[in-house]
Design a protein around this ligand. Structure first.
Ligand SMILES: [Zn+2]
Length: 97
């Protein structure tokens, strides 16, 4: 399994969210919502260089991440994970934003 749901990612994502606490999508609209998910702006498609490139990271709230994910699922690509590495399940309470 190439997907790095690993301790290193969880710690990196947590640290990123501490420094970037606001949902990037909401912030772009002038609304401050706590980000709970680290998303990849450019789908990494398993590319570890892209995956670990912090310039390619953005914090999203569950709601925004869900809409990103749904858009991406149409192309068969799934990106991002929540900070604890839970499965990307829209029924998860944290995914409600
Ligand atoms: Zn948002």
């Amino acid at each position: 399994m190439a997907w790095p749901y690993c301790y290193k990612w969880q710690q990196a994502a947590k640290g990123f969210l501490r420094r970037n606490p606001w949902c990037a999508d909401h912030k772009a609209r002038g609304v401050y919502v706590t980000a709970t998910v680290v998303d990849h702006k450019v789908a990494h498609r398993g590319d570890m260089k892209l995956f670990w490139d912090k310039n390619n990271w953005q914090g999203l709230c569950g709601h925004c991440h869900d809409s990103h994910k749904q858009r991406l699922e149409k192309s068969g690509v799934q990106v991002g994970s929540d900070v604890n590495g839970f499965p990307l399940d829209p029924s998860h309470p944290w995914a409600k934003g």
